[in-house]
Design a protein around this ligand. Structure first.
Ligand SMILES: [Zn+2]
Length: 558
């Protein structure tokens, strides 16, 4: 018993050492030595940033400056230079809107009396335009299926339509959502960008629509109406733009499925039949012959937060860039738990990610500059909707078509090393080949993504860059732990999701094991250096949703 346990733990120990890169394989003899991640540094930065003194790192709060100073000090100690034209900080101006004072949503022109729907229970709405009052008056309703315009797939739900003055009625998710497999034009059950609700409002604006309404349905949305209602009540945060959102639709909103059924019935249409038609290639938009009206006021507040940017200039191609991104913000003061703790410390989310940024910078200091420049970007306002990274991507310090790619780090589990790697978003780009090479070097296998229908690729900071064409790694340690296997890894992950995620209990503990975070840091180091020591420009695969954007951006840079 004792003997076999000792052997087991020795094997685990050796496995974890190999996995975190302390033992280099023979093939590395010719390559530059890979420095070991500094576990003490990882622990210290995580502990500091998540301590009560930092009050949960709410952007714009009294502790923002202290948080920024701490990150800058770590970047300086790692030998980075200020990355924003001699400054460490990039200002991130934001606008916060809160809609209130709603008139009912009324639908006229159909059979029978006009329909009237109540705000909250029947519909929610808001504006992306920075205006104190929004009024939609008698706007023609058009059913545009899933609201997708994907030239690379030969799919356009707006084909032949001029949306000026009109309101688009749009289904949630994409046509493949109900499939078991990940096959099909829209990758089966795997979420695509076209299935995200944010995409649908963006596309409606590009089409020149006056307004856009998404029809909620619990199964394809994967959340109930209560989630829509609460997330569309109160404050909505946006990156400030020079035109104050004038290129957006006048109003966006959601209706309950039952409301949509009533509207389609008034139009003499069968909702279920049109949903079916919308899933077929060649679907044509259907004018409903009805007019929609709604009005509301918006309160407007402006603020400024900050991204921190550090750079290690490249030694051969300093005007080509590789990004490392992670958000520094968390929820600040939040609803007190049963013990009266009202600080959401954000230790895992995302003090760990900032610690990894600092540790990666430190490893690169020891290794010396790469061929290309390496940029370390600690972004703000991730928790408010990826605003810091969105602002950077709209206002890049380093041109996006000179940015080769990057690695994002968000919420690393404080448990031991794993045997596997989990990839978010699937095989979207030529980054996959680099990942497979690094997995092999580290002796790790790749696990399929858990819940690919949830679209996690579209929900962290790398996405702000990906949607503008920059290929970004969104990978991390899997749950098959060296000590305890999948059972231990999944139990830890469930404990975090249920008992800590976005709660005051996401707190640092001295008992945390940083060897797994160190393993992941080693993985990110290798992925980053593969890009920064290389000459290649890995692109999205043909047919991927971001390929055309990247091709256009790269050809403009030549
Ligand atoms: Zn979070």
């Amino acid at each position: 018993m004792t003997h076999s346990r000792a052997r087991q733990s020795l094997a685990a120990f050796l496995g974890s050492i190999a996995a975190i890169g302390l033992v280099s394989s023979a093939s590395l003899a010719a390559a530059p030595a890979i420095p070991a991640p500094n576990q003490a540094l990882l622990r210290e930065v995580t502990r500091t940033l998540s301590s009560d003194a930092y009050e949960g790192r709410g952007p714009g709060s009294a502790v923002e400056q202290k948080t920024l100073d701490t990150i800058i000090a770590r970047f300086k100690a790692a030998g980075l230079k200020p990355g924003n034209n001699g400054r460490w900080l990039q200002d991130v101006p934001t606008v916060t809107l809160a809609a209130h004072n709603f008139t009912p949503l009324t639908i006229s022109g159909g059979s029978g009396a006009p329909l009237s729907f109540a705000h909250g229970t029947d519909f929610v709405a808001g504006s992306y335009r920075v205006v104190p009052h929004t009024e939609i008056k008698d706007s023609d309703l058009v059913f545009v299926g899933y609201g997708i315009n994907a030239p690379e797939l030969g799919w356009n739900d707006y084909a032949g339509l001029d949306m000026k003055g009109k309101t688009a009625v749009i289904l949630v998710n994409d046509p493949d959502y109900a499939q078991e497999s990940e096959d099909g034009l829209f990758k089966g059950r795997r979420m695509t960008y076209y299935g995200r609700w944010t995409y649908k409002f963006e596309e409606a604006a590009r089409q020149g629509a006056t307004a856009a309404i998404i029809v909620h349905d619990t199964f394809p949305a994967a959340y109930g109406w209560n989630v829509v209602e609460s997330s569309w009540s109160g404050e909505q945060h946006f990156v400030a733009t020079p035109n104050d959102g004038a290129d957006q639709t006048v109003a966006n909103g959601w209706v309950q499925k039952g409301v949509a059924e009533q509207i389609f019935k008034a139009a003499g249409q069968d909702f279920a039949a049109l949903v079916k038609a919308a899933g077929q290639k060649g679907f044509k938009p259907v004018p409903l012959g009805l007019k929609a009206s709604v009005g509301f006021d918006s309160s407007i507040a402006r603020a400024t937060s900050h991204n921190v940017i550090g750079i290690q200039p490249g030694k051969v191609a300093p005007n080509e860039y590789v990004l490392y991104t992670g958000h520094w913000d968390h929820l600040g003061h939040c609803k007190p738990d049963a013990k009266g703790d009202g600080i959401c410390n954000g230790a895992v989310d995302n003090a760990t990610g900032v610690a990894v940024l600092a540790a990666l910078a430190d490893m690169n200091r020891r290794a010396g500059p790469a061929r290309r420049s390496q940029v370390f970007l600690a972004v703000t306002l991730e928790e408010s909707g990826l605003l810091g990274s969105e602002y950077y991507a709209r206002n890049p310090v380093f041109p996006l078509n000179k940015t080769v790619g990057g690695v994002n780090m968000d919420a690393l589990a404080p448990v031991g090393p794993a045997r596997d790697v989990e990839v978010t978003g699937g095989d979207k780009s030529e980054l996959t080949a680099i990942l497979h090479r690094v997995e092999k070097q580290l002796g790790l296998y790749e696990s399929p993504e858990d819940h690919s229908e949830r679209g996690h690729y579209y929900r962290s900071d790398h996405f702000s860059l990906a949607k503008r064409g920059v290929p970004m790694f969104a990978v991390g340690r899997g749950t098959d732990l060296v000590k305890g296997g999948k059972a231990a890894g999944q139990a830890a992950s469930e404990d975090y999701t249920e008992h800590r995620y976005h709660q005051p209990s996401d707190e640092y503990s001295a008992s945390w094991d940083f060897s797994g975070i160190a393993q992941e840091t080693g993985l990110y180091y290798r992925l980053g250096r593969a890009l920064s020591d290389g000459k290649a420009w890995p692109n999205w695969h043909a047919g991927d949703e971001f390929r055309a954007i990247r091709d256009k951006s790269l050809s403009a840079g030549k």
